[in-house]
Design a protein around this ligand. Structure first.
Ligand SMILES: NC(=O)c1ccc[n+]([C@@H]2O[C@H](COP(=O)([O-])OP(=O)(O)OC[C@H]3O[C@@H](n4cnc5c(N)ncnc54)[C@H](O)[C@@H]3O)[C@@H](O)[C@H]2O)c1
Length: 411
């Protein structure tokens, strides 16, 4: 396969913690070509370039920056600077969209109009209509759009999905999910965009478990009530910093989802998360319980180098870690890496399959391959995970109406 160039739009936490290390590793193993990162200031790009852990894991690797590294860190560039980076890309390379979710619709659309395949961090967009428009545009141009729901790649999710489909548990009746992110997020760049009018914890991380429950059970939610707790960020902006949502499913089942930015910095965490599904079969019940926080590995460090500056930590080797490997530095492992690798790999497969065909036949072949990925349902795409946007749209209406039940429209 020919290595694809990668452009990342956004230079924040998710790029630092997941996207850039994954892409660096794919670059040095021959699957990614040039890497460019575009933000609105050069400050986050300097931080990414100078991150000691990344330098240590990927010696000698770097990326092209827009704005350039020579620009003053605080000089603000226009929101659509990324269009200049898109123009520099050859057609049908890979763009990773990692800006706050309220901007996804406009940025992903621009990427497609510039003939690029897209990997978008979750949630794809805020409304079903935006997701449908993106799906149509991508289909017309034979471009792959994948949404990075990495929990799907956690081995326990894949095992549960397979066994649920085989009838091992019965049908979901009642469930609980929880994802409480660390308190220190409140001091991050989140305080500039995680405001009540833009998003909330259910949309931000609750969406992971909404996606996962449908991924495992195949059931679609039909109604949602989401309630939020408003608090102020250190900069005075008001956000929903805690949320609880209840979802009703097509078979009558209920799921409660709690989400927030408030897991104690001093706690062993590094966040609090898990899933419990009670199911019903013939005169018996089944159960799926995933403790996604404490995976049985506990480290007590000499210095406070754990998450949030703690010393004693529950360490997940499953999501994302650097480990020794046969090459220089360290390599990323875990379902976070596998998810990014699979989404970028799908783009490369689509391109390779159509590489030697005339342009009409190549377009038809790319569409065929993308339709097969949609049908397979392992990678989240606008076509096969539209229900998530339907939930997000209804949940935003609900939280702004103080928890009113909203019907989830199925388009
Ligand atoms: N678990 C996950 O899957 C996960 C985790 C974290 C974040 N996310 C998602 O990733 C997105 C970004 O989150 P984050 O944690 O990186 O936030 P962040 O606030 O740390 O970073 C956002 C970055 O985007 C940049 N940005 C904003 N508008 C831009 C524009 N128009 N052009 C270029 N850059 C722009 C900002 O300067 C900042 O560098 C959100 O949609 C979030 O929901 C997903």
């Amino acid at each position: 396969m020919k290595p694809m160039d990668v452009l990342m739009i956004g230079g924040g936490m998710i790029v630092n913690d997941l996207m850039l290390p994954c892409v660096y590793h794919l670059q040095r193993t021959g699957r990614v070509g040039r890497i460019t990162i575009c933000a609105r200031h050069s400050a986050p790009l300097h931080a990414l370039r100078d991150n000691a852990e990344l330098r240590d894991a990927f010696p000698g690797q770097s990326f092209e920056a827009l704005p350039g590294f020579d620009e003053p860190p605080e000089k603000r560039f226009p929101d659509d600077l990324y269009r200049a980076a898109l123009k520099r890309l050859a057609p049908r390379q890979a763009v990773i969209v990692a800006v706050p979710e309220a901007q996804h619709a406009a940025v992903v659309t621009d990427c497609l109009l510039h003939d690029q395949h897209v990997l978008c961090v979750k949630p794809l967009v805020m409304t079903a209509a935006e997701a449908i428009a993106i799906e149509r545009l991508a289909r017309t141009r034979g471009l792959f759009v994948g949404i990075e729901y990495h929990k799907r790649f956690d081995r326990r999710s894949l095992v549960a999905k397979r066994q649920y489909a085989a009838g091992a548990f019965g049908a979901l009746a009642l469930g609980e999910a929880k994802l409480i992110e660390p308190y220190y997020y409140r001091h991050s760049n989140f305080q500039n965009w995680f405001t009540c009018d833009q998003t909330d914890p259910f949309v931000y991380v609750g969406c992971h478990y909404v996606d996962l429950v449908t991924f495992i059970t195949g059931l679609r939610p039909v109604a949602v009530s989401s309630s939020g707790v408003k608090r102020r960020f250190p900069n005075g902006k008001e956000g929903y910093l805690w949320a609880n949502a209840r979802l009703r499913y097509e078979n009558g089942a209920l799921l409660s989802v709690s989400a927030g930015l408030g897991y104690p910095n001093d706690a062993a965490g590094s966040n609090d998360q898990g899933l419990l599904l009670y199911c019903e079969g013939a005169d018996a019940t089944g159960m799926i319980q995933h403790n996604d926080q404490d995976r049985g590995v506990r480290y007590s460090y000499l210095d406070p180098i754990g998450c949030g500056g703690s010393k004693y930590n529950y360490v997940s080797p499953d999501f994302f870690r650097f480990v020794p490997w046969e090459g220089p530095g360290a390599k990323p492992i875990g379902y976070g890496f596998e998810s990014v690798e699979a989404l970028l790999g799908a783009m490369a497969r689509v391109e390779t399959a159509a590489a030697d065909l005339s342009s009409d036949r190549a377009l038809a072949r790319r569409r065929e391959m993308i339709a097969e990925i949609d049908r397979q349902g392992l990678l989240a795409t606008p076509a096969n995970s539209l229900i998530n946007e339907c939930v997000v749209e209804a949940a935003r209406r609900s939280i702004l109406a103080d928890g009113a039940w909203e019907v989830i429209g199925h388009q």
